[in-house]
Design a protein around this ligand. Structure first.
Ligand code: CA
Ligand code: CA
Length: 477
């Protein structure tokens, strides 16, 4: 009887939590990373002099703001300082600002920055990650609750994934060329719940999404990883099922709807048609190991890989031994076989689901960093050069492709949608607005006064745009 009652209570809590998730923009890219809000009444035209509700200057950072019950949490960096700030949700006024000196200067490639991952919040507390420090939690008054040092990381481009919350845990994916792992720590104490190593994961940047299987087997989080999509248990971190059809360097966050996950991945040299079937390492050694030490030096590599290998040596010698050994070579072989794509994958199963799970794949005009947007029946992608491609979510067929005439730029921010509109922020700071539909059309191109790397936020009938200088709250005035 008591058990039944507890079941009923937890069912109720789950429904309640679901409702909160549907409305709140508490993590990177909003509800389960979808970028979609049910807000209405959003402005179509806005800018530094138009429809500004408030504006708050911020230190530099590529991270997006996240929304608690009364505060907005945002990170930034200046020199050696790593900032976390809380702003009043109504006025944008700074409530507190905390600073921690970074412990090191990890590898970064422009335009990545020390404060790239977005915070996540349970409504009251903030959880932030910096690659030069680790995980930190702040309470509602800015008091530091706990700190978990992590790193340094062997990722030549720096880290980019954001932490997420699930079942009382903070889950953080830390992917690099060596020693990739995912950890979960207790949200209250920072105590380690579990850690799982991910040996084949290389240079990853995707933030996971959550999926609750209808069979009641327990909440899973899904991470696009080098070469495969992984579904893992929130409780233990163990890998439950996977699909081996991904490219090697994953940046976008996938989106989930009903029984399908939509996964986008683009990486250099992996466009369809460029694949090579390279020989195994022992064959390479037998032909090119001139000094007979059983490994390939950079000089020896030139004959196998060409001159590019010498300027890009870090991409081959992943474990930084100055030589290519079997482990390095097997990753390179897998990279040269992998294919860039946008794909629809059926959720669920056990073990390797590659043969049965792929519904469709699309190979052209793929973005590098921006996540795909699923809005209604349409999938939107935006690629450098301002090329927007919309696909039918059921078949992957192209509905429309066109350019954003006033924003032929690079794109790092992910598209977001609400109110029948799609918002796309370009690197130099033009936020294009589309009328949503199979035959989408450009309604406006709004010029900001700074660069945009952060994905915009939609809450309370307003759109929030972070530029290199400030966070703007835009609404119909
Ligand atoms: Ca050698
Ligand atoms: Ca090596």
């Amino acid at each position: 009887m008591r058990f039944r009652f507890l079941q009923l209570i937890s069912a109720f809590l789950l429904i309640f939590a679901g409702t909160l998730l549907a409305e709140d923009w508490a993590r990177f890219r909003g509800p389960n990373g979808s970028g979609v809000s049910d807000a209405t009444g959003l402005p179509t035209t806005f800018g530094p002099d138009e429809n500004v509700i408030w504006k708050t200057e911020l230190p530099n950072g590529n991270s997006s703001p996240v929304f608690g019950k009364t505060a907005i949490f945002v990170t930034g960096s200046e020199g050696e300082s790593l900032f976390t700030m809380a702003l009043d949700r109504t006025s944008g006024r700074a409530l507190w600002r905390r600073e921690i000196a970074r412990e090191r200067q990890g590898q970064l490639r422009e335009p990545n920055r020390p404060a790239a991952p977005s915070a996540v919040t349970d409504g009251e507390n903030a959880f932030v990650f910096f690659q030069d420090l680790g995980l930190v939690s702040y309470g509602p008054d800015g008091n530091e609750r706990w700190r978990v040092p992590l790193g340094p990381f062997n990722n030549p481009f720096g880290l980019g994934a954001s932490p997420i919350l699930a079942e009382g845990k903070v889950i953080m994916v830390c992917d690099s060329e060596t020693e990739s792992f995912v950890i979960a720590v207790d949200q209250k104490t920072g105590k380690l719940a579990w850690r799982q190593d991910r040996p084949m994961a290389k240079r990853g940047y995707s933030t996971p999404v959550l999926w609750d299987p209808p069979d009641g087997s327990g909440l899973q989080f899904l991470i696009p990883t080098s070469f495969e999509l992984q579904a893992r248990s929130v409780e233990t971190g163990e890998k439950i099922w996977w699909v081996r059809s991904l490219t090697w360097q994953l940046k976008p966050t996938p989106v989930i709807e009903d029984d399908t996950i939509y996964v986008l991945g683009w990486a250099g040299q992996a466009d369809l048609g460029n694949q090579e079937d390279l020989p195994p390492f022992d064959e390479i050694v037998s032909q090119h190991d001139n000094d007979g030490d059983g490994r390939i030096s950079s000089q020896e590599a030139e004959a196998v890989l060409g001159k590019a290998a010498l300027t890009n040596w870090y991409a081959y010698d992943l474990d930084r031994t100055d030589y290519v050994e079997n482990g390095d070579w097997e990753v390179w072989r897998a990279k040269r076989k992998s294919v860039n794509s946008m794909q629809a994958i059926k959720l669920g199963g056990r073990g390797d689901m590659t043969k049965s799970a792929i519904k469709w794949q699309y190979y052209k005009a793929l973005p590098n960093v921006p996540s795909p947007l699923l809005y209604g029946d349409v999938i939107y992608m935006v690629k450098d050069g301002g090329i927007v491609t919309s696909l039918d979510k059921r078949t992957g067929e192209v509905l429309k492709q066109g350019r954003l005439p006033e924003a032929l730029d690079r794109y790092f921010a992910s598209p977001v949608a609400a109110d029948g509109k799609v918002f796309l922020a370009s690197e130099p700071g033009v936020v294009s607005v589309l009328r949503h539909g199979k035959e989408w059309e450009v309604l406006a191109a709004n010029k900001m006064d700074g660069e945009c790397y952060a994905t915009p936020v939609i809450m309370d009938g307003k759109i929030y745009v972070r530029t290199s200088k400030a966070l703007y709250c835009f609404g119909n005035r």
